[in-house]
Design a protein around this ligand. Structure first.
Ligand SMILES: Cc1cc2nc3c(=O)[nH]c(=O)nc-3n(C[C@H](O)[C@H](O)[C@H](O)COP(=O)(O)OP(=O)(O)OC[C@H]3O[C@@H](n4cnc5c(N)ncnc54)[C@H](O)[C@@H]3O)c2cc1C
Length: 559
C-alpha cells in the first residue's frame, strides 16, 4: 500500500493518534539543503543547479523513498545455476533495486564529469550523488565504482576506448549478455582477499599471460576475492600477482561469445547494513582478463579508481549526516514533550545544533574536496597536491563521525528512531561501512603520514588552504600553530599519533572553510567547540551562548 494512503487512514476507535510527526516526504532534498546549495555554487557547479535539483526532487519523492525501503527489506539472493544446470552466478534483486539503479544512471551519477568535463563537474556529480543517496545508499556502490573506474581504465587507452562509451551511457541495462551488445555497462573491483585487504600486496591470486603478456594483453587469473561487491557488473578491475608483481586486470563478466567468464560466486555476505547491495565471495578458475597498465603497477593503476571511491565514501558519510539531521529537526519540530515542542527545549536545541554543525562541516569540506578533483584534472598542481592529502584526511574523519552522528540523530526521534519504519536503523547500520571499505580508518591515517613524507607539496597545499581561514579566526590560528608543531615533532611516534593528527587536520580544514564560507553562528559554534575545546564528548555540548535557533533553522528541510 502507498505510504501516504496509510498515513491518511482513519484511527481506530480506542484513541486518536496525536503528537506524531508527519513523514518527511515529497520535498526536494537539494533545495531544502541550504548548505549544499551554497556549496555547489561556491565550488563551481552553479551551472548544474537545475540538474542537481532534479535529482533532489526524485530523492525526496515518497515513491522513491519507498523503493529504498523495499530494496533493503528484500535483499538480493544468489542464484548459482540456471534451471537446466548451467552456471549463472548472479545475485537476483528485487525490482526496487533495478528502479533505483535506473534512476541513478539516468541522472548520470556514474558519468557526469567524464561526459561533460568542465569546471565544477565533479562537484555537481558529488552533490547529485549525495542527494540521491538519501533515498537509498546501497545502489551507490556500483554507481560509485563505475564513476571511479574511468581514470584507471584510461591507463590502457584501447580498453578505455572499448568500454568508455558503454560506461558513459545513461541507460541502465541489467541484461546478462556480452558487454558489446549492451546499451550500458557497470564496473566493480576486486582487491580484498582472505589473507589481507588493506595489505593488497599480500594478494595470492595469480595471473598468467596467454600470448606473451604486456599492457593490454590477455591473461588468465586463478585465485579468489573475499569481498567482491556488485558481482552483477559487466566488468571489474581485479588485482593479481603477475611475474612482474601485483598488477591490475580488467575482467569482463561475460566473454565475447556470451559464456560466463571462468569464475564462481561462492556466497553473498550477510551484512550489518548496505543490505540492498550484493557483496560476494568469488573464485577465479582461469578467468579471462586484460592487463591494465604495466605488470607490477597494479596498485598505482587501481589507486586512480580508489581515490574517487574514497571521495564517495566521504560524501556518502556527509549524506548520512544530512539525512539524519533533517529527520531529527523535522521530528523535533512536530513532537511536544513536557508542554513544549521539542525543538524549543533548550537541551534538544543544543543536540540538534551540534549535529547540524557537524553536518555542515562535512558537506562543506567534501564539496570543497570535490572541486580539487576538477581543478586537478584541469592541470592545477596545487589542487592536485591538496587532493592527494585531503582525500585521506576527510575520508578518515567524516566517515569516522558518521556512526556517532547517526546514533544521536536516531535518539532525537526517541523510541520511534529505534524502529525500522523510521528509516533511522537503516541509516545507523549503513554508517560504519564507509569508514571500512576503500581503506579503513587506520589505513587512511597512515596514508596521510605517507603523503606528508613522500609528497611534501601536499601538506603545504593543505596548510595554505587552512591558513586562508586562520587570518580571520584567532582560535583557528592557534589550533593550526599547535598542530603544525606536533606534525613535525617526534617523527619516531608519527605512526602511533596518526589518528590524533589527522583528526586535527580535518578539524582545521573544516574550521577554515566554515570561518570563510559557513553561516556565522555555525562557524562560531565550530570554533568554540571543535577548535577551542569548549565541548564535551557527546553531541549536545556546545556552549550555552550558541545561537541554537539560527543553526537549526538553517538546517531545517522544508517539505
Ligand atoms: C560490505 C563490504 C563490501 C566490500 N566490497 C569490496 C569490493 O567490492 N572489493 C574489494 O576489493 N573489497 C571490498 N571490501 C573489502 C574492504 O575494502 C576491506 O574489508 C577493507 O579494505 C579492510 O580490509 P580487511 O577486511 O582485510 O581488514 P584488514 O586489512 O585485516 O584490517 C583490519 C584492521 O586493521 C587495520 N590495519 C590494517 N593495517 C594496519 C596498519 N598497518 N596499522 C594499523 N592498523 C592497520 C585496519 O584499519 C582495520 O581496522 C568490502 C568490505 C565490506 C565490508
Amino acid at each position: 500500500m502507498h505510504v501516504s494512503t496509510l498515513e491518511k487512514s482513519p484511527g481506530v476507535r480506542t484513541h486518536e493518534v496525536t503528537n506524531q510527526p508527519p513523514p518527511l516526504v515529497d520535498y526536494n532534498v537539494f533545495e531544502a539543503d541550504r548548505v549544499m546549495v551554497e556549496a555547489v555554487k561556491r565550488e563551481g557547479a552553479d551551472w548544474a543547479v537545475d540538474r542537481i535539483s532534479a535529482v533532489g526532487e526524485v530523492a525526496g519523492r515518497v515513491d522513491v523513498i519507498e523503493l529504498g525501503r523495499l530494496a533493503n527489506e528484500n535483499p538480493p539472493k544468489l542464484r548459482t545455476h540456471h534451471r537446466y544446470g548451467n552456471r549463472i552466478d548472479i545475485p537476483e534483486f528485487h525490482p526496487a533495486w533495478h528502479d533505483l539503479m535506473r534512476l541513478g544512471i539516468s541522472h548520470e551519477l556514474h558519468s557526469l564529469p567524464w561526459r561533460e568535463p568542465q569546471h565544477g563537474a565533479h562537484v555537481a556529480r558529488a552533490a547529485a550523488f549525495m542527494c540521491f543517496s538519501q533515498a537509498e545508499a546501497g545502489v551507490g556502490c556500483p554507481i560509485s565504482m563505475t564513476y571511479s573506474v574511468v581514470p584507471a581504465l584510461r591507463k590502457q587507452p584501447e580498453l578505455a576506448e572499448e568500454w568508455e562509451p558503454r560506461i558513459l551511457s545513461s541507460v541502465y541495462d541489467p541484461r546478462q549478455i556480452p558487454a558489446a551488445e549492451k546499451q550500458g555497462s557497470l564496473f566493480g573491483m576486486g582487491m580484498t582477499e582472505k589473507q589481507g585487504g588493506s595489505d593488497v600486496r599480500a594478494n595470492t591470486t595469480v595471473a598468467r599471460p596467454l600470448n606473451g603478456g604486456g599492457p593490454g594483453a590477455e591473461y588468465e587469473i586463478t585465485g579468489h576475492k573475499w569481498f567482491f561487491s556488485a558481482p552483477q557488473c559487466d566488468a571489474f578491475l581485479v588485482l593479481a600477482q603477475a611475474e612482474g608483481g601485483i598488477s591490475c586486470f580488467l575482467m569482463p563478466r561475460r566473454l565475447p561469445d556470451g559464456e560466463l567468464n571462468r569464475f564462481r560466486l561462492q556466497r553473498l555476505k550477510d551484512k550489518l547494513g548496505n543490505r540492498s547491495n550484493a557483496s560476494s565471495e568469488i573464485e577465479f578458475d582461469g578467468a579471462r582478463t586484460h592487463l591494465v597498465g604495466e605488470e607490477g603497477a597494479g596498485v598505482r593503476t587501481i589507486i586512480e579508481m580508489v581515490n574517487h571511491t574514497r571521495l564517495d565514501c566521504a560524501s556518502g558519510s556527509a549524506t548520512g549526516m544530512r539525512h539524519g539531521i533533517a529527520q531529527a529537526i523535522h521530528h523535533a519540530s512536530h513532537r511536544s514533550t513536557f508542554g513544549r515542542v521539542l525543538v524549543e527545549q533548550p537541551l534538544m536545541q543544543n543536540v540538534l545544533a551540534d549535529l547540524a554543525v557537524e553536518s555542515e562541516a562535512a558537506t562543506t569540506s567534501v564539496l570543497r574536496l570535490a572541486r580539487s578533483y576538477d581543478e586537478g584534472l584541469a592541470g592545477d598542481d596545487q589542487a592536485q597536491a591538496f587532493k592527494r592529502i585531503a582525500t585521506a584526511v576527510l575520508k578518515y574523519w567524516i566517515c569516522k563521525r558518521g556512526p556517532a552522528h547517526a546514533v544521536e540523530c536516531l535518539e532525537c526521534l526517541g523510541g520511534n528512531g529505534y524502529v525500522e519504519e523510521s528509516g533511522m536503523p537503516r541509516l545507523y547500520r549503513e554508517a560504519p561501512l564507509a569508514s571500512i571499505w576503500e581503506g579503513s580508518g587506520n589505513v587512511q591515517s597512515l596514508d596521510v603520514i605517507r603523503a606528508m613524507i613522500k609528497n611534501p607539496e601536499s601538506i603545504e597545499a593543505f596548510a595554505a588552504e587552512v591558513g586562508e581561514g586562520a587570518v580571520h579566526e584567532p582560535r583557528l590560528d592557534r589550533f593550526g600553530r599547535d598542530l603544525r608543531e606536533d606534525l613535525v615533532s617526534d617523527p619516531e611516534t608519527l605512526e602511533a599519533r596518526a589518528r590524533s593528527l589527522v583528526e586535527r587536520m580535518a578539524l582545521a580544514l573544516q574550521g577554515s572553510l566554515l570561518v570563510r564560507f559557513g553561516d556565522e553562528a555555525v562557524a562560531e559554534a565550530f570554533s568554540a567547540s571543535r577548535l577551542a575545546g569548549d565541548w564535551g564528548q557527546a553531541f549536545g555540548t556546545l556552549p550555552a551562548g550558541t545561537d541554537f535557533q539560527r543553526i537549526i533553522d538553517r538546517h531545517r528541510a522544508v517539505a
